[in-house]
Design a protein. Structure first.
Length: 279
Protein backbone atom coordinates (compact mmCIF):
# COMPACT_ATOMS: atom_id res chain seq x y z
CA UNK A 1 0.00 0.00 0.00
CA UNK A 2 1.23 3.48 -0.89
CA UNK A 3 2.38 5.61 2.04
CA UNK A 4 0.51 8.87 1.57
CA UNK A 5 2.71 10.56 4.16
CA UNK A 6 5.68 10.19 1.81
CA UNK A 7 3.96 12.21 -0.95
CA UNK A 8 5.20 15.69 -1.71
CA UNK A 9 2.94 18.65 -1.07
CA UNK A 10 2.53 19.05 -4.84
CA UNK A 11 1.37 15.44 -5.20
CA UNK A 12 -1.06 15.84 -2.33
CA UNK A 13 -2.58 18.91 -3.98
CA UNK A 14 -2.82 17.14 -7.36
CA UNK A 15 -4.62 14.19 -5.80
CA UNK A 16 -6.97 16.42 -3.86
CA UNK A 17 -7.87 18.28 -7.06
CA UNK A 18 -8.47 14.97 -8.88
CA UNK A 19 -10.76 13.71 -6.13
CA UNK A 20 -12.63 17.02 -6.08
CA UNK A 21 -13.16 16.95 -9.86
CA UNK A 22 -14.39 13.36 -9.72
CA UNK A 23 -16.85 14.24 -6.97
CA UNK A 24 -18.11 17.24 -8.96
CA UNK A 25 -18.67 15.06 -12.05
CA UNK A 26 -20.69 12.56 -10.02
CA UNK A 27 -22.77 15.35 -8.53
CA UNK A 28 -23.40 16.83 -11.99
CA UNK A 29 -24.52 13.50 -13.43
CA UNK A 30 -26.85 12.93 -10.49
CA UNK A 31 -28.33 16.39 -10.98
CA UNK A 32 -28.86 15.75 -14.70
CA UNK A 33 -30.59 12.45 -14.04
CA UNK A 34 -32.91 13.93 -11.40
CA UNK A 35 -33.79 16.89 -13.61
CA UNK A 36 -34.42 14.73 -16.66
CA UNK A 37 -36.60 12.34 -14.67
CA UNK A 38 -38.78 15.26 -13.60
CA UNK A 39 -39.30 16.03 -17.29
CA UNK A 40 -39.97 12.42 -18.27
CA UNK A 41 -36.54 12.09 -19.90
CA UNK A 42 -34.55 9.65 -17.80
CA UNK A 43 -30.89 10.01 -18.68
CA UNK A 44 -29.16 6.67 -18.98
CA UNK A 45 -25.74 5.58 -20.14
CA UNK A 46 -25.22 3.39 -23.15
CA UNK A 47 -23.79 -0.02 -22.53
CA UNK A 48 -20.03 0.05 -22.75
CA UNK A 49 -19.66 3.60 -24.06
CA UNK A 50 -20.43 5.70 -21.00
CA UNK A 51 -22.03 8.22 -23.37
CA UNK A 52 -25.56 9.50 -22.82
CA UNK A 53 -28.05 8.93 -25.62
CA UNK A 54 -31.31 10.87 -25.61
CA UNK A 55 -34.07 10.69 -28.23
CA UNK A 56 -37.29 12.61 -28.83
CA UNK A 57 -39.70 10.90 -31.22
CA UNK A 58 -42.97 12.36 -32.52
CA UNK A 59 -45.46 10.51 -34.70
CA UNK A 60 -48.52 12.40 -35.93
CA UNK A 61 -51.15 10.52 -37.90
CA UNK A 62 -54.65 11.59 -36.78
CA UNK A 63 -54.90 14.77 -38.86
CA UNK A 64 -58.38 16.12 -39.51
CA UNK A 65 -57.30 16.68 -43.09
CA UNK A 66 -55.46 13.79 -44.77
CA UNK A 67 -54.83 11.39 -41.87
CA UNK A 68 -51.84 9.09 -42.24
CA UNK A 69 -51.50 5.35 -41.75
CA UNK A 70 -48.01 4.78 -40.37
CA UNK A 71 -46.53 7.54 -38.14
CA UNK A 72 -47.72 6.11 -34.81
CA UNK A 73 -46.49 2.64 -35.76
CA UNK A 74 -43.23 4.19 -36.95
CA UNK A 75 -42.67 5.87 -33.59
CA UNK A 76 -43.50 2.74 -31.62
CA UNK A 77 -41.11 0.63 -33.70
CA UNK A 78 -38.41 3.27 -33.51
CA UNK A 79 -38.86 3.58 -29.75
CA UNK A 80 -38.28 -0.13 -29.20
CA UNK A 81 -35.24 -0.11 -31.47
CA UNK A 82 -33.59 2.94 -29.91
CA UNK A 83 -34.16 1.72 -26.36
CA UNK A 84 -32.47 -1.55 -27.28
CA UNK A 85 -29.56 0.54 -28.58
CA UNK A 86 -29.16 2.39 -25.28
CA UNK A 87 -31.21 5.51 -25.91
CA UNK A 88 -33.52 7.06 -23.36
CA UNK A 89 -36.62 7.83 -25.39
CA UNK A 90 -39.47 10.29 -24.98
CA UNK A 91 -42.13 9.39 -27.56
CA UNK A 92 -45.18 11.47 -28.43
CA UNK A 93 -48.12 10.19 -30.47
CA UNK A 94 -50.59 12.51 -32.20
CA UNK A 95 -49.22 15.54 -30.39
CA UNK A 96 -50.76 19.03 -30.52
CA UNK A 97 -48.64 22.14 -30.92
CA UNK A 98 -48.15 22.97 -27.24
CA UNK A 99 -46.97 19.46 -26.37
CA UNK A 100 -44.57 19.38 -29.31
CA UNK A 101 -43.00 22.70 -28.37
CA UNK A 102 -42.68 21.80 -24.69
CA UNK A 103 -41.15 18.42 -25.49
CA UNK A 104 -38.61 20.05 -27.83
CA UNK A 105 -37.65 22.63 -25.19
CA UNK A 106 -37.27 19.94 -22.50
CA UNK A 107 -35.26 17.78 -24.90
CA UNK A 108 -32.84 20.61 -25.63
CA UNK A 109 -32.36 21.32 -21.93
CA UNK A 110 -31.77 17.65 -21.11
CA UNK A 111 -29.17 17.48 -23.89
CA UNK A 112 -27.45 20.59 -22.61
CA UNK A 113 -27.16 19.11 -19.14
CA UNK A 114 -26.33 15.54 -20.12
CA UNK A 115 -24.30 15.92 -23.33
CA UNK A 116 -23.55 12.89 -25.47
CA UNK A 117 -25.82 12.01 -28.40
CA UNK A 118 -29.18 13.56 -29.24
CA UNK A 119 -31.66 12.16 -31.77
CA UNK A 120 -34.87 13.82 -32.97
CA UNK A 121 -37.27 11.84 -35.17
CA UNK A 122 -40.54 13.04 -36.69
CA UNK A 123 -43.03 11.05 -38.74
CA UNK A 124 -46.06 12.91 -40.07
CA UNK A 125 -46.95 15.82 -42.32
CA UNK A 126 -44.34 18.47 -43.04
CA UNK A 127 -43.95 21.27 -45.54
CA UNK A 128 -41.56 23.92 -46.76
CA UNK A 129 -42.59 27.55 -47.10
CA UNK A 130 -40.14 30.16 -48.39
CA UNK A 131 -37.25 27.77 -47.82
CA UNK A 132 -38.17 26.98 -44.20
CA UNK A 133 -39.29 23.55 -43.06
CA UNK A 134 -42.26 23.05 -40.76
CA UNK A 135 -43.64 19.91 -39.10
CA UNK A 136 -47.38 19.85 -38.51
CA UNK A 137 -48.99 19.09 -35.14
CA UNK A 138 -52.37 17.49 -34.64
CA UNK A 139 -55.15 20.07 -34.58
CA UNK A 140 -53.25 22.63 -36.64
CA UNK A 141 -55.55 25.26 -38.15
CA UNK A 142 -53.67 26.02 -41.34
CA UNK A 143 -56.00 27.93 -43.63
CA UNK A 144 -53.41 30.13 -45.27
CA UNK A 145 -49.71 30.72 -45.56
CA UNK A 146 -49.66 33.17 -42.66
CA UNK A 147 -50.98 30.52 -40.30
CA UNK A 148 -48.11 28.10 -40.75
CA UNK A 149 -45.63 29.92 -38.50
CA UNK A 150 -48.11 29.99 -35.61
CA UNK A 151 -49.77 26.61 -36.10
CA UNK A 152 -46.73 24.40 -36.68
CA UNK A 153 -43.15 23.86 -35.53
CA UNK A 154 -40.22 25.27 -37.46
CA UNK A 155 -37.57 22.56 -37.79
CA UNK A 156 -35.07 25.34 -37.18
CA UNK A 157 -36.35 25.42 -33.60
CA UNK A 158 -35.34 21.79 -33.15
CA UNK A 159 -31.93 22.30 -34.73
CA UNK A 160 -31.34 25.42 -32.66
CA UNK A 161 -32.12 23.68 -29.36
CA UNK A 162 -29.84 20.79 -30.23
CA UNK A 163 -27.02 23.03 -31.44
CA UNK A 164 -27.21 25.16 -28.30
CA UNK A 165 -26.79 22.04 -26.17
CA UNK A 166 -23.19 21.75 -27.35
CA UNK A 167 -23.17 17.95 -27.24
CA UNK A 168 -21.00 15.74 -29.42
CA UNK A 169 -23.49 14.33 -31.93
CA UNK A 170 -26.97 15.42 -33.02
CA UNK A 171 -29.14 13.37 -35.39
CA UNK A 172 -32.32 14.75 -36.96
CA UNK A 173 -34.48 12.31 -38.94
CA UNK A 174 -37.48 13.64 -40.84
CA UNK A 175 -39.94 11.17 -42.32
CA UNK A 176 -42.18 14.09 -43.19
CA UNK A 177 -42.00 14.39 -46.94
CA UNK A 178 -45.48 13.10 -47.73
CA UNK A 179 -47.72 14.92 -50.19
CA UNK A 180 -49.15 17.64 -47.97
CA UNK A 181 -52.71 18.91 -48.46
CA UNK A 182 -52.07 21.92 -46.20
CA UNK A 183 -49.63 23.46 -48.66
CA UNK A 184 -51.46 22.95 -51.94
CA UNK A 185 -52.94 26.44 -52.02
CA UNK A 186 -49.81 28.25 -50.77
CA UNK A 187 -48.02 30.25 -53.44
CA UNK A 188 -44.70 30.08 -51.55
CA UNK A 189 -44.94 26.39 -50.68
CA UNK A 190 -43.09 23.70 -52.58
CA UNK A 191 -43.29 19.92 -52.58
CA UNK A 192 -41.49 17.98 -49.87
CA UNK A 193 -38.98 19.62 -47.55
CA UNK A 194 -36.20 22.10 -48.23
CA UNK A 195 -32.52 21.34 -47.90
CA UNK A 196 -31.01 22.49 -44.60
CA UNK A 197 -27.38 22.99 -43.70
CA UNK A 198 -26.30 20.77 -40.82
CA UNK A 199 -24.58 22.63 -38.00
CA UNK A 200 -21.26 21.33 -36.72
CA UNK A 201 -21.69 17.88 -35.19
CA UNK A 202 -25.12 17.42 -36.76
CA UNK A 203 -26.52 14.85 -39.18
CA UNK A 204 -29.86 15.61 -40.89
CA UNK A 205 -31.69 12.84 -42.75
CA UNK A 206 -34.74 13.09 -45.00
CA UNK A 207 -37.01 10.28 -46.13
CA UNK A 208 -36.56 11.54 -49.68
CA UNK A 209 -34.62 14.20 -51.56
CA UNK A 210 -35.41 17.90 -51.00
CA UNK A 211 -38.40 19.02 -53.03
CA UNK A 212 -39.67 15.46 -53.47
CA UNK A 213 -42.49 13.61 -51.73
CA UNK A 214 -42.74 10.09 -50.35
CA UNK A 215 -45.67 7.71 -49.98
CA UNK A 216 -47.07 6.90 -46.54
CA UNK A 217 -46.63 3.21 -47.28
CA UNK A 218 -49.02 0.28 -47.32
CA UNK A 219 -47.43 -1.81 -44.55
CA UNK A 220 -47.32 -1.31 -40.79
CA UNK A 221 -44.36 1.06 -41.17
CA UNK A 222 -43.35 3.57 -43.80
CA UNK A 223 -40.80 2.27 -46.28
CA UNK A 224 -38.07 4.64 -45.08
CA UNK A 225 -38.48 3.96 -41.37
CA UNK A 226 -38.79 0.23 -41.96
CA UNK A 227 -35.39 0.11 -43.68
CA UNK A 228 -33.83 2.50 -41.19
CA UNK A 229 -34.77 0.30 -38.25
CA UNK A 230 -33.39 -2.71 -40.08
CA UNK A 231 -29.92 -1.23 -40.54
CA UNK A 232 -29.62 0.68 -37.26
CA UNK A 233 -29.48 -2.66 -35.47
CA UNK A 234 -26.40 -3.91 -37.32
CA UNK A 235 -23.13 -3.62 -35.35
CA UNK A 236 -20.10 -2.05 -36.97
CA UNK A 237 -21.93 0.38 -39.27
CA UNK A 238 -21.14 4.07 -39.03
CA UNK A 239 -24.20 6.29 -39.18
CA UNK A 240 -23.29 7.34 -42.72
CA UNK A 241 -23.17 3.69 -43.81
CA UNK A 242 -26.55 2.98 -42.20
CA UNK A 243 -28.20 5.69 -44.28
CA UNK A 244 -26.38 4.66 -47.45
CA UNK A 245 -27.86 1.19 -47.15
CA UNK A 246 -31.28 2.66 -46.40
CA UNK A 247 -31.04 4.82 -49.52
CA UNK A 248 -30.17 1.87 -51.75
CA UNK A 249 -33.05 -0.27 -50.49
CA UNK A 250 -35.66 2.50 -50.47
CA UNK A 251 -34.77 3.63 -53.97
CA UNK A 252 -34.91 0.05 -55.22
CA UNK A 253 -38.21 -0.82 -53.51
CA UNK A 254 -39.87 2.41 -54.65
CA UNK A 255 -38.67 1.91 -58.25
CA UNK A 256 -36.67 5.12 -58.02
CA UNK A 257 -39.57 7.30 -56.87
CA UNK A 258 -38.15 7.84 -53.39
CA UNK A 259 -34.46 8.56 -52.83
CA UNK A 260 -33.50 9.36 -49.21
CA UNK A 261 -31.06 12.20 -48.69
CA UNK A 262 -28.76 13.43 -45.91
CA UNK A 263 -26.73 16.47 -44.89
CA UNK A 264 -23.86 15.94 -42.46
CA UNK A 265 -21.36 17.99 -40.51
CA UNK A 266 -20.30 15.24 -38.14
CA UNK A 267 -16.72 15.52 -36.93
CA UNK A 268 -16.33 12.04 -35.50
CA UNK A 269 -17.67 8.53 -35.92
CA UNK A 270 -20.99 7.40 -34.52
CA UNK A 271 -22.33 3.85 -34.43
CA UNK A 272 -25.90 3.03 -33.47
CA UNK A 273 -25.08 -0.57 -32.53
CA UNK A 274 -21.43 -0.17 -31.61
CA UNK A 275 -18.17 -0.15 -33.57
CA UNK A 276 -16.75 -3.23 -35.29
CA UNK A 277 -14.70 -5.56 -33.09
CA UNK A 278 -10.97 -5.02 -32.92
CA UNK A 279 -9.06 -7.12 -35.48
Amino acid sequence: MENVWMLSSKQVIQRAVSWLLAAMCLMLLSHVELWAQSKGLNVEKTGGTGEHRLALLIGNAAYDTAPLRNPVNDVRSMTATLRALGFTVNALENAPLNKMKQAIDDFGEALRRGGGVGLFYFSGHGMQVKGRNFIIPIGAQVKGERDIEYESVDVGRVLGKMEDAGNRVNLVILDACRDNPFARSFRSAAAGLASMDAASGTFVAYATAPGRTADDGSGSNGLYTEQLIRYMKLPGLKVEDVFKRVRVDVEQQSSGKQVPWESSSLKGDFYFAGPPPDP
